[in-house]
Structure formats: C-alpha cells, structure tokens
Design a protein around this ligand. Structure first.
Ligand SMILES: Cc1cc2nc3c(=O)[nH]c(=O)nc-3n(C[C@H](O)[C@H](O)[C@H](O)COP(=O)(O)OP(=O)(O)OC[C@H]3O[C@@H](n4cnc5c(N)ncnc54)[C@H](O)[C@@H]3O)c2cc1C
Length: 453
C-alpha cells in the first residue's frame, strides 16, 4: 500500500469497535489497529437482539457478512409486520396476557459469542488486532496539528496513531481523558460539569443474566410459550424478566431486572454474599457477580407458573449492576472520538445499546473514509459524527429508561394503555433508518463551508 491516508487506533474490541474496524476495511487507504484489554476477544454467555434499523446498517457491510449472521440466528430477516414481543402481567399466582407488540421487520437474536465470532472472522488481515492492551490514557499534543497521538497502555508500552476512537465500553479510559481535554480553560462550574461525565453512574438497575438449556425446558414443558410465541416479557412491580430462544433454538436467553429508583446515581455497593465474577484469573469487576440458581430466581419468586417453569431451569447466572453514562457535552475532541457504550452507555430496556454502537461505527467510517476527509479535516469529520449521532443516541437512552419504568409498573400509564405507549416509544427501532443521517453526513463532509456548530 502507498502511504496511508491515516492510521486509526480503535481502543476496545467489543461490538462497536469491531464493527468500526470492519466498516473501515472498505477504505484501503486507512490503516486500522484494534487494541483490546482482554487476552482474547470474548463475549459473555448471553443473548442479544438487533432491531431492523441496526440490521439494515449491518447489511451494508456485505452480502456474505449478512448471510453469516442470519445463519447464526437460524431464521431470515423480514421487513413484513410480525408479532414481536408478548408481554404478560406476571407478578401474581395467575398471570395474564397484556399485549403483543407488533413490529415492522423482525428482531434478529444471537448468542453474543456467535455474533462476535462473525465480526472477527470478517476482519481483513490488514486490520491488526492487539490483545492484552488495556489503555491507561492518551496524549494528543495539539488537536489541530498533525503530530501523532500517543497511546499509553497499562503494561507500560505505548503506540501512536493519527486518530483515536474510544470504543472501550462503559468504563472507558478514553472518556475521562477526553473530558479533561474538553474542560481545559473552562470556568470552574462548566469544568466541574464536564468532568462529572467522566465516570459511569449506577442506575439502580440490577440485571440477572443466564442461558438455560432449551432441551431441559422442553422436557418439563414441551409447549412452553417461549417455544410457540418466542420473545416473552414477564412484567411485575419493580422487577421483570424476559426470555427468548437463541443459537438455533439450543438455548433460551433469560435476562431479569430489578429497578430501585431510590438508588439511581448512588455509589453501587456489591452484596458481599455474591462472589465477584472472575475472568482471566482476576475478579472481573465489582459490578459483576456470580449467582447461584437460588439467588437468580429470588426477585421473581412471586411470579406466575409460566414464569416459574422457565426459572426452574436456571442453573446459575451472573448479576450486573447496570451503570450508564451521562449525556456528554461532546463525543469528539480534536482527532479523538468515542463510540458505543463509552459515549452513551444506556439502560438495556430497548435492546438497543449494541445497535447504537453499530450505527455510530458505520457513520464514523462514512465520514472518515470519505475521500474529502484528510488529516487536516479530521476534527470537522468527527464533529459531523457528533452532531448527527449524539442527539439520536441520547434520545434512545431516554426512551430506554422510560421502557424500564413502564415494564416495572413505575408510571401512571394504565395497563390497558401500556401496549400502545411502549410501542410508540420503541417504534423508531423498526420504522426509521440511519440512511438520512448518512446522507447528511456526506453532504456536510463535501461542503466544508457549511457551519456545523
Ligand atoms: C442485560 C443487558 C442486555 C442487553 N441487551 C441488548 C440487546 O438485546 N441489544 C442491544 O443492542 N444491546 C443490548 N445491551 C447493550 C449492549 O450490551 C451494549 O450496549 C454493547 O455491548 C456496547 O458495545 P460496545 O462495543 O460499545 O462496548 P463493549 O461491548 O462493552 O466493548 C468494550 C470493549 O472494550 C474493551 N476495553 C474496556 N476497557 C478497555 C481499555 N481501557 N483498553 C482497551 N480495551 C478496553 C472491553 O474488554 C470490551 O471488549 C444489553 C445490555 C445489558 C446489560
């Protein structure tokens, strides 16, 4: 290759970081390095879903890639109206059906490891991946000049790049450095407000995640509604859980939640009775614990029979103290930008966090890969990304929070209006597309005289 247009370092090889690497591989004049903290790329043993809006973005990465994804979930993508998720009132001995949410286009549901595997296997050899590289901080000598950005890793090593993208999740190391850069020279109040965005905040939400064997469930209840009706949410006051099949029907993904509104924005205190999850021989995080079956099912013990049949199949699980990131004043500074959870970790009640990181990644690749973008104009390209993505993802975060409150019966919305309210709040995920923002991004990149502030 002749001299590359620029060298991009992606910090973090999760869904967002790897999607960005793949999207950038369409531009042969850009060199990409992915730095991942873990020894090997991995994803937790859990399921997740991709709504039509984000799936249509993934399709842009090539027909083969799309086919490989579809094969992993075992059914095709459709743009027809389909019954999406059934919701029940379940926090009582005999539950009842509340509403079926109909969506235009189906949600594709994956085992996270399967999805991650497809992303990784599609990266071209030109994209270099580096494991066991946990970023500590970076130095951007002068945001408008062309001198390289230095990455400093926890193992003492360093690397350089022209552009740094922080795709390093909710506990991002890039975000606090960027907030410090942004705050420099501000008056004390503004400075404090910007710096307060550096660290994640606890949402008062605890997630209970596990996979159960579909065979085990079938042996107990061959016609359970998660087989016949698919995605089901069992709703209750302050706690609810969902279940749906993944991995070609081999597992049922279960995710339960408790919502303690009085604890929002407090410091999370881990329960000493729950051991911390370990990964690569170390306690992984204070926020993630290993649950016994008994601990897992406790918040849902008064739920209806249909829910209990699922819970009886749980063997163990993980507990997650769900943290979020405040709406940032900006997701870019100079030649550094944030994407995915590093920029906008949100509550998981629209199943949209990973999808938002996919949208971020594709739009970012579009502005950086465009032939009109040069090293001199990178700050403008990243500002265009921020302008088009930050308001959207902030809105999704608010909608996600509202969904949680609706599912946990923490609003005044009467039960008979719940279906309509939830559907209206969520329909952006199947009725809208990223394409308008992509076109606007290209227009702004190509017309440097248009003011984007
Ligand atoms: C219970 C639950 C259910 C969910 N369900 C869905 C769903 O159905 N659909 C959906 O779209 N979203 C869902 N989400 C949200 C989704 O999981 C996240 O939004 C998504 O994983 C974010 O991707 P990311 O790439 O931004 O960050 P991450 O997936 O967190 O990846 C960050 C990567 O960076 C690495 N890293 C961290 N720090 C450093 C460092 N200092 N240096 C180098 N590397 C580093 C990490 O090891 C990791 O590989 C759910 C979340 C929860 C909690």
């Amino acid at each position: 290759m002749s001299t590359p247009k620029f060298r991009i370092a992606i910090c973090g090889g999760g869904v967002g970081g790897l999607t960005l690497a793949l999207a950038l591989s369409q531009y042969p004049d850009i060199v990409v390095d992915v730095y991942e903290a873990a020894q090997s790329f991995y994803e937790i043993g859990a399921g997740f879903g991709i709504w039509p809006r984000a799936f249509k973005v993934l399709r842009k990465l090539g027909h083969d890639f799309e086919q490989q994804l579809v094969q992993r979930c075992g059914y095709n993508f459709t743009e027809e109206y389909v019954p999406g998720i059934q919701h029940r009132k379940s926090d009582q001995p005999v539950g009842f059906h509340l509403f079926d949410m109909v969506t235009k286009g189906n949600q594709l549901r994956f085992h996270r490891a399967d999805f991650h595997g497809v992303l990784l296997s599609n990266l071209p050899p030109s994209c270099k991946t580096h494991n066991a590289k946990r970023l500590k901080s970076y130095i951007q000598p002068d945001r408008s000049r062309k001198s390289p950005i230095t990455l400093i890793f926890r193992d003492g090593s360093t690397a350089t790049c022209d552009i740094l993208i922080g795709a390093d999740g909710v506990k991002s190391a890039v975000r606090p450095c960027m907030m410090r850069e942004l705050a420099e020279g501000m008056d004390p109040d503004s400075k404090q407000s910007v710096l307060s965005c550096s660290n994640p905040i606890w949402s008062g939400v605890t997630a209970y995640r596990t996979l159960i064997s579909a065979e085990k469930l079938r042996a107990r209840c061959p016609d359970h509604r998660v087989f016949s009706g698919g995605f089901t949410q069992y709703l209750g006051k302050d706690a609810f859980f969902l279940g749906y099949p993944i991995s070609l029907g081999k597992y049922i993904n279960i995710a339960g939640f408790t919502l303690q509104s009085d604890l929002v924005n407090t410091a999370y205190e881990a329960d000493a009775r729950i051991p911390r999850r370990s990964f690569e021989g170390k306690a992984d995080s204070d926020w993630v614990g290993e649950l016994t079956a008994e601990q897992f099912v406790k918040p849902f013990k008064n739920f209806e029979k249909d829910a209990q049949v699922l819970l009886e199949c749980v063997e163990k699980g993980t507990l997650w103290a769900v943290h979020t990131v405040k709406t940032l004043p900006s997701t870019n500074f100079g030649r550094v930008a944030l994407l995915g959870d590093a920029a906008h970790a949100m509550l998981p009640f629209q199943g949209a966090g990973a999808s938002q990181s996919i949208e971020d990644a594709y739009l970012l690749a579009t502005v950086l890969g465009h032939k009109a973008t040069t090293l001199d104009t990178v700050p403008r390209a990243l500002a265009i990304y921020d302008k088009l993505r930050r308001p959207f993802s902030s809105d999704v975060a608010l909608r996600s929070r509202l969904n949680g409150q609706l599912f946990a019966f923490q609003t005044d919305v009467p039960l008979h209006e719940l279906g309509n309210t939830v559907t209206k709040n969520w329909e952006w995920a199947w009725l809208t597309e990223l394409d308008g923002a992509l076109e606007e991004a290209v227009r702004l990149v190509e017309n440097s005289s248009i003011n984007i502030s």
